[in-house]
Write a protein that binds this ligand. Structure first.
Ligand code: SF4
Length: 216
């Protein structure tokens, strides 16, 4: 329908937000399908091809069944969906608190300002770090979140350099997240403490509650 644009949706589910500023809050997740990238630690490869075109009004109808105002749009890579801003604006109109999880590999300049962006800067272990759009770091808001997924000490040192080289040392929401089951949380905690780094250590709490399972 012309005035009811659609988006390719992989799944919509209700769970506990496991990451970033709203960690622990009951949240509806809207997972879009498709991603043109190939990160080594990707845990949502099933979303690359399993998508169903779903109208924005049907998405809104579906999430109205849940009694939370917290919505996270995730992927895949949501920003490859051409109608994604229509969905954001509709969610904001309906007074939802909207966060977007994006890869840092796509331009964020056109996202409505009331959407909280959680941007993942790809570290070398992802094998996609050469595609980071560094200009995104100049326009990301202080209320947004910049996340680094860290697998090795090299990733950690690389991430520190990105912070220092892009004047982000005072950004209040920089999260370092160890790759689950690959880097011991106590090890990265000791590096952060040794360096007195102004970052937040983030563990993906949904994986501690339910394990690494789909739809959680
Ligand atoms: S950008 Fe995200 S969805 Fe795409 S391959 Fe990387 S981790 Fe997976």
């Amino acid at each position: 329908m012309k005035d009811d644009p659609s988006i390719s949706i992989n799944e919509i589910f209700y769970s506990i937000q496991g990451e970033a500023k709203n960690s622990g809050k009951p949240t509806v997740f809207i997972r879009t399908a498709g991603c043109p990238f190939d990160c080594s630690y990707c845990d949502t490869e099933y979303a690359f091809t399993e998508g169903k075109q779903t109208s924005v009004s049907n998405i809104i109808n579906k999430i109205e069944n849940y009694k939370t105002k917290y919505i996270t749009v995730t992927g895949g890579e949501p920003l490859v969906q051409k109608n994604i801003n229509i969905l954001f604006n509709k969610l904001l109109e309906n007074k939802y608190y909207v966060s977007l999880e994006t890869s840092g590999l796509v331009d964020i300049s056109s996202i409505p300002k009331n959407v909280e962006i959680v941007m993942d800067i790809k570290t070398p272990s992802s094998n996609e770090s050469d595609k980071n759009i560094i200009e995104n770091l100049k326009i990301i808001k202080l209320t947004d979140v910049i996340k680094f997924v860290i697998e090795t000490k090299d990733d950690y040192e690389w991430s520190k350099n990105i912070i220092f080289n892009n004047s982000l040392t005072n950004h209040p929401n920089i999260y370092f997240s160890p790759v689950h089951d690959k880097l011991e949380p106590s090890l990265i905690a000791s590096w952060i403490l040794e360096d007195s780094l102004n970052v937040t250590l983030q563990l993906q709490i949904h994986k501690y509650i339910w394990g690494d399972v789909r739809g959680r």
